[in-house]
Design a protein around this ligand. Sequence first.
Ligand SMILES: Nc1ncnc2c1ncn2[C@@H]1O[C@H](COP(=O)(O)OP(=O)(O)O)[C@@H](O)[C@H]1O
Ligand SMILES: Cc1ncsc1CCOP(=O)(O)O
Ligand SMILES: [Mg+2]
Length: 285
Amino acid sequence: MKNENQSLEEEEDWGMKTWKNLEKVREISPLIQCITNYVSMDLMANTLLASGASPAMLHCLQEIPDFTPHADALCLNVGTLSPDWLPSMKSAAELVNELGKPWVFDPVAVSASEFRLKTCIELVGLKPAVIRGNASEILALANASRDTHSSKGADSSHGSMDAIEAAKSLAKASGAVIAVSGAVDIITDGQRLVGVHNGVAMMQRITATGCAVTALIAAFVAVDPLHAFEATVSALSIFGVAGELGMDMAKGPASLRMHLIDSLHGLDQATILSQVNISCMSRAS
Ligand SMILES: Nc1ncnc2c1ncn2[C@@H]1O[C@H](COP(=O)(O)OP(=O)(O)O)[C@@H](O)[C@H]1O
Ligand SMILES: Cc1ncsc1CCOP(=O)(O)O
Ligand SMILES: [Mg+2]
């Protein structure tokens, strides 16, 4: 049982850890290869740039042997999946695995079809370092063939707290860090369980914010691949803080999108230390 001072210390640690991780992204500017859906390409690339990382939206199978070895991490996203892109996704994931670099997976709308579910299960088998989805996606992926009540679309019909047990079991089965986004983002490696309380509800009204934060996770994991759990927590918190700052200036989803990117670009240490809101949750076992 922790006393109040210990949990305060822990939260201060997360603030500093998050700032240091952002500084590292800005300093190293990791190259992130994204094989992602058409809807998300613009927001994802701009989110990476605003954080200090370098995006490359590159999905041609013939280019992977030349290009992928230069990437510091890979982000795979099945949002507008088609069979043509699948060999590129698999080949890039296999290559980064061989090279000992991390890759991050976003199982957008995993329950939309049998083909998508089968594809996502195959991609999870290629050992992503992190899987980030909303609660409905993580529940469906964890329950895979058992689940008959999954939502079909890209938006969640569950809260992130509903997916805690599913996230823990998926983390243990896959070996990946699992991040469930929502009002509270839940991050687990099967043992540790952390909640990120940053962000604003309006972020759900902008398409591809989930995709964008998955790519941001890839950038943070790229600069600290041995601490994928901490990197994932930091990226989600940073994106949430940018959303909170952006919301102070926004009139609705369209202007929030712009102000979120501006805020991400301008984040400084004092703001991060005062706004990062991360808690260790007691339910890990
Ligand atoms: N109710 C909420 N309150 C605060 N932040 C939220 C809320 N819902 C989602 N977010 C944030 O919006 C971003 C996208 O998450 P989400 O909407 O769950 O993903 P997806 O677009 O894949 O469904 C995340 O950074 C998440 O923390
Ligand atoms: C609407 C939509 N349709 C196919 S991909 C996509 C974007 C999904 O983005 P996110 O998962 O971040 O909401
Ligand atoms: Mg999504």
